[in-house]
Design a protein around this ligand. Structure first.
Ligand code: CA
Length: 218
C-alpha cells in the first residue's frame, strides 16, 4: 500500500514516515499543497494523510479539488489542536477521518488501517482468504493455523493482493504499490517475489493471468 503524507513540519513528517514505513507501508512525502496536488495527480496512492495548514495551497483546497474530480481515495486530515472548525470543514470537504494534533502514531496507524479496510469492504483488522489468514497490524500470516515466515516485502505483496481480491492486479500496479520507489524493481524481480511467496503459501493461491497480472484465489 502506497501512502502520501502531506506535512510541512519536518519533525512531525519524519515521525509519521518512520511509523508508516515500520508498519509496512510505502510512503511518499509532500511538503506543501501544490506538491501534494501534483503527486496525487501523477501517482496512484492507496490513502493520503493530509495536514490542513500547508504552504502554497492549503490542505482543504487539495481535498476539495480531489473530491471535485470524483476521486474517492481515503484521506485522513490532521487538524490543529482544539480547532473544531477545521474538523468540521475537513469532514465537509470529504475527509474519511481526522486526527487532532498532537496524536499518538499508534492511533494514526489504527485509523489508516481502518479507512483502508473500509475501502476494501471489510472491517476487521485481519483477512481470511481460504486457509490463509493475514494479521494486518502485526504483519503476520498463518496458513491452516501455522505461521508463515514472510519478509516485509512478501507480506506487502500478499496484503495488496488480499485487499484487491476478486480482481486481477497488473504487474505495474503491484510494482507501484508494493515496492519502494527508491529500489526501482523490474517485472523479473516481481516474478521472483511471486514465486517465493507461492512456495510459502502454496502455488495455487496466486494465479497468473497471462498478460494481465496476478490474482489471489480463495
Ligand atoms: Ca502544517
Amino acid at each position: 500500500m502506497r501512502i502520501l503524507v502531506v506535512e510541512d513540519e519536518n519533525v512531525i513528517a519524519e515521525a509519521i514516515l518512520a511509523a508508516l514505513a515500520t508498519a509496512g507501508y510505502i510512503v511518499d512525502r509532500a511538503t506543501d499543497g501544490e506538491d501534494a496536488w501534483f503527486r496525487a495527480g501523477t501517482e496512484d496512492y492507496d490513502a493520503i494523510v493530509l495536514d490542513l495548514g500547508l504552504p502554497r495551497l492549503d490542505g482543504l483546497t487539495v481535498l476539495r479539488r480531489l473530491r471535485a474530480e470524483g476521486r474517492h481515495i481515503p484521506v485522513i486530515v490532521l487538524t490543529a489542536r482544539g480547532s473544531w472548525m477545521e474538523r468540521v470543514e475537513g469532514i465537509d470537504a470529504g475527509a474519511d477521518d481526522y486526527l487532532p494534533k498532537p496524536f499518538q502514531m499508534e492511533e494514526l496507524l489504527a485509523r489508516l488501517s481502518a479507512v483502508l479496510r473500509r475501502v476494501a469492504g471489510h472491517s476487521s483488522s485481519s483477512l481470511q482468504i481460504g486457509s490463509l489468514h493475514l494479521e494486518l497490524r502485526r504483519q503476520a500470516a498463518t496458513l491452516d493455523g501455522r505461521t508463515v515466515d514472510l519478509s516485509a516485502l512478501e507480506f506487502r505483496l500478499l496484503r495488496y493482493l488480499a485487499h484487491n481480491r476478486g480482481r486481477v492486479v497488473s504487474q505495474s500496479e503491484i510494482l507501484e504499490h508494493v515496492y519502494d520507489a527508491a529500489r526501482e524493481p523490474d517485472s523479473n524481480a516481481l516474478e521472483v517475489l511471486v514465486a517465493r511467496v507461492r512456495r510459502k503459501i502454496g502455488a495455487d493461491k496466486i494465479v497468473t493471468r497471462r498478460g494481465q497480472g496476478y490474482a489471489l484465489e480463495g
